[in-house]
Design a protein around this ligand. Structure first.
Ligand code: 5GP
Ligand code: ZN
Length: 114
């Protein structure tokens, strides 16, 4: 498996455990954890264990389990409404230059009752 890390990258540091995170699922290819600035409760990030800035620069093998992990997270959160999304480049709202996927629950009004 080809690996690549960048010492100055915040997500590479999280993957290595040099920066703490609320870890969800770790596999050979990816590391997922809760977003530090969640757009909703349970907002998660799936980060491939290979430093590429954007999706088109990432070797295919690192995409193998991204959607199965997004599915596991959605099931664990009990989401019926959620977005799975991925930003590339500043104009497309990418802030962290290490490719990653968001799982963002969209709670309905009834989810916050009680
Ligand atoms: P982007 O805008 O690049 O698609 O999303 C980057 C996401 O990474 C943001 O939602 C931001 O809150 C999250 N983030 C940035 N730094 C950290 C960090 O140190 N820890 C965690 N858990 N999330 C982070
Ligand atoms: Zn990185």
């Amino acid at each position: 498996m080809a690996t690549k890390t960048l010492s100055s990258c915040i997500f590479c540091k999280i993957v290595k455990g040099d920066i703490p995170s609320y870890k969800l699922i770790e596999t050979e290819f990816s590391f997922s954890f809760l977003d530090i600035g969640p757009l909703s409760k349970g907002h998660a990030l799936i980060v491939p264990k290979y430093h590429a800035e954007k999706l088109h620069q990432l070797p295919d093998e690192y995409l193998t389990d991204v959607l199965p992990i997004a599915k596991k997270i959605a099931l664990a959160l009990g989401c019926e409404n959620y977005n799975v999304l991925q930003n590339n480049g500043r104009i497309a709202q990418q802030e962290v230059d290490h490719v990653h996927f968001h799982v963002i629950p969209k709670p309905s009004a009834s989810d916050s009752e009680g």
